[in-house]
Design a binder for this molecule. Structure first.
Ligand code: NAX
Length: 328
């Protein structure tokens, strides 16, 4: 199994790579060939991380190679985890990148190149998870440039789902594992919509058990939508350990059959389900058959409240697509 990870010297990868090396994440029992990609200035830091990985002596790992460009790294890859991107607020050529449009353009050029490399050189059944923000639109750019419809492209919304489950578990005093069918719709941004109305805890409807719409709308929703900012405020850095765990969980959920009656979360190419604009990458409830096939679950009933929130996030995805249309 060849696993490619970009942004490998960054803070998410520092937790993500060790998580992936634990047994039981991938369905295959094959040992892992890790293909770690960084930009040239970060190669020394990456070498330091590789020394630590070697010192961890993982029995699941066959080889570890580092690259300063994706083209050499991606040959025959089974999975590509695209974590590397340019964060908002960075100063490039003396100008601070503050606007979403600028960020989309800069990262767009990264994902154009990465998409082309993955489409032509990775395996035909390669699975790609985009973590680097703006993740949904980066995934769209990568997918369009890959021009290889056999490959599965996704953007990460699992962290939003895990955050939502943690808050529900606190509210209801249940365990996170008892929560089923909790879905994140839309963009991985503050417009994303975590739906509780189709979720259940040990068979009983989650929304009804909470029984407090005011809490759902004015406490839970903003909490999940703004959780990233809350972490940055407290830690002085963005979520890393939890993001790594969510990326690893996404891989595990794609690789293994979804437990009966449940869904998992990622953003995939919209086919227009739930009136989300066709052709954008949107969060949906998904199931996996454990053999590399995932499907959107289409039996969620959405209230007028849910539909209005989903329209908003769908419109934001359309706006983002418009901003990068020259890259598609
Ligand atoms: P870091 O800045 O610590 O690491 C990013 C790494 O990517 C750096 O080492 C950088 O050198 C590298 N990089 C940049 N361009 C590259 C390229 N073209 N090829 C290879 N490597 C490249 O950021 P980190 O905290 O690890 O976050 C990574 C990304 O995840 C950010 O875009 C961040 O916004 C995003 N996140 C996404 C989340 C999600 O749920 N989808 C949640 C967590 C996180 O905020």
């Amino acid at each position: 199994m060849k696993i490619l990870i970009t942004g490998a010297a960054g803070q998410i990868s520092y937790s993500l790579v060790p998580f992936l090396c634990e047994r039981g994440i991938f369905a295959s029992k094959e040992k892992l060939d890790l293909s770690l990609v960084e930009i040239p200035p970060a190669m020394k830091k990456l070498d330091g991380f590789v020394k630590e990985l070697e010192d961890s002596a993982y029995s699941s790992v066959n080889s570890i190679n580092t690259y300063d460009n994706i083209n050499d790294a991606v040959l025959d890859a089974d999975w590509c985890l695209l974590v590397g991107s340019i964060p908002r607020g960075i100063v490039l050529n003396g100008k601070e990148i503050k606007e979403r449009a600028d960020l989309l353009q800069i990262n767009g050029s990264i994902f154009t190149e990465q998409g082309k490399a993955i489409g032509s050189k990775a395996k035909n059944n390669c699975k790609v998870l985009v973590v680097g923000n703006p993740a949904n639109t980066n995934a769209l750019i990568g997918y369009k440039n890959a021009k290889n419809p056999n490959q599965l492209w996704m953007a990460m919304t699992m962290l939003d789902a895990l955050r939502a489950k943690a808050q529900v578990a606190k509210k209801l005093g249940c365990h996170v594992d008892d929560i089923y069918r909790l879905a994140i719709f839309g963009n991985h941004s503050p417009t994303m919509f975590p739906d509780l109305e189709n979720s259940n805890v040990s068979g009983k409807n989650t929304y009804e058990q909470i029984g407090d719409h005011e809490w759902v709308e004015n406490n839970f929703l903003p909490k999940i939508q703004q959780r990233g900012a809350e972490i940055i405020d407290a830690r002085g850095a963005s979520s890393a350990s939890s993001a790594a765990r969510a990326a690893c969980d996404t891989v595990k959920n794609v690789e293994h059959k979804t437990r009966s009656g449940d869904v998992f979360n990622a953003a995939v190419l919209s086919d227009g389900s739930y009136d989300i604009a066709e052709g954008v990458f949107s969060g949906f409830p998904l199931i996996s058959d454990g053999e590399g096939n995932i499907k959107i679950v289409r039996d969620f009933n959405l209230s007028e409240f849910a539909q209005s929130k989903i329209r908003k996030t769908s419109n934001e995805l359309l706006e983002e697509r418009e901003l990068v249309k020259d890259l598609l």
